[in-house]
Design a protein around this ligand. Sequence first.
Ligand code: HEM
Ligand code: HEM
Length: 176
Amino acid sequence: MPGQLHYGATAKLLHWVIVALLAVQYPIGWLMPDIHPGQAPGAAMTFHISFGIVILVLIVVRLIWRLTHPVASESSLPPWQRLSSEAVHWMLYVLVLATTVSGWVFASFRGWAVSFFYMMPLPMLASDNAAAGKAIDGLHQAAEWSLLVLICLHVAVALAHLFIYRDHVMQRMLPK
Ligand code: HEM
Ligand code: HEM
């Protein structure tokens, strides 16, 4: 894989800001109350959707940054580990995108008027459509759970590099 040998400050900053936002986003998602038909979204849903949109924008920026600033895999790793880590990393991008977009589409089909952090109205991707909403019900949950499983695997491997292999892989994503 061509490109630089190390992640730059921008890639690291984007990585850790997205980690922090996901750490806020999952608890909001699980704790927020269900919204029944005819009910307007409350504060928890407004914040969930607003943080979700921020995550969507940042993952798109990060993906563009990654494509324009390729980073070579850690050269000390055996080929199978380089290949599998690349595969997991690309899947992480795909699943963050799938989770955010499926949430936005689902919220749009519910026909809600949602604000972005109570500052301005948030554009929706479609108008109220109960049948379409029913058809894609569960997609957001499937994406969010698949993402969580992959994050657990990714973190477990990062910690294994830090504490068991004691190599430089974890260092690659830490500030210099
Ligand atoms: C990566 C970012 C996101 C994560 C990790 C996430 C996570 C979650 C979680 C954990 C739930 C609770 C569902 C459950 O009980 O399993 C949820 C529900 C929901 N989320 Fe998200 N979400 C994200 C982005 C978004 C975005 C961008 C939107 C809309 C613009 C959104 C809209 C919704 C809606 C409408 C629900 C309630 C409907 C449902 O239960 O499926 N989410 N989300
Ligand atoms: C919570 C959600 C997380 C997501 C979505 C995520 C996503 C990613 C992605 C996409 C990459 C690949 C970067 C690239 O090459 O483009 C990456 C690299 C990395 N991540 Fe995460 N990450 C998360 C959490 C963590 C955590 C908690 C740790 C540490 C415990 C961690 C440690 C690392 C390390 C060390 C690398 C560099 C691996 C290498 O290329 O050698 N990540 N992460």
